[in-house]
Design a protein around this ligand. Structure first.
Ligand SMILES: [Zn+2]
Length: 124
């Protein structure tokens, strides 16, 4: 079991008892270290630490991965969403389908197609 550190840039500044580590005469508040974290894809010990990271690095990250400079548009070509009827049919199967949010067109799906994340009618 490998341990990892919370990526919050000021995690160590939240002076909680569990962050106080070290020898008797040499205790310091330290960045939290755990086998897993719940926040930010397992990188942060708390929502505070996740927000601190974004406050510090969010602009750089957005610029790096591409800042939107104009609105995206939901159009027929990218408006497909997978869904299924919650009511079961007599044979106890669900009816899976693709629904176009613009045209309201429905196209039937097999269960395998429904579960396959690579099966996608949307154009990128
Ligand atoms: Zn933290």
């Amino acid at each position: 079991m490998s341990l990892k550190y919370c990526q919050g840039p000021t995690c160590h500044q939240y002076a909680t008892k569990d962050r106080l580590r070290g020898n008797k005469d040499n205790k310091t508040f330290q960045t939290r270290r755990r086998s897993s974290f719940y926040y930010g894809q397992g990188n942060f010990c708390s929502l505070n630490c996740q927000n601190d990271w974004f406050d510090n690095f969010g602009n750089k990250a957005i610029d790096h991965f591409g800042r939107l400079t104009e609105p995206k548009h939901l159009i027929e070509d990218n408006a497909w969403v997978k869904d299924y009827d919650w009511r079961s049919s007599p044979d106890n199967s669900h009816h899976y389908y693709y629904l176009n949010k613009i045209t309201s067109e429905r196209r039937p799906l097999t269960e395998d197609q429904y579960r396959d994340n690579n099966y996608d009618l949307n154009e990128r």
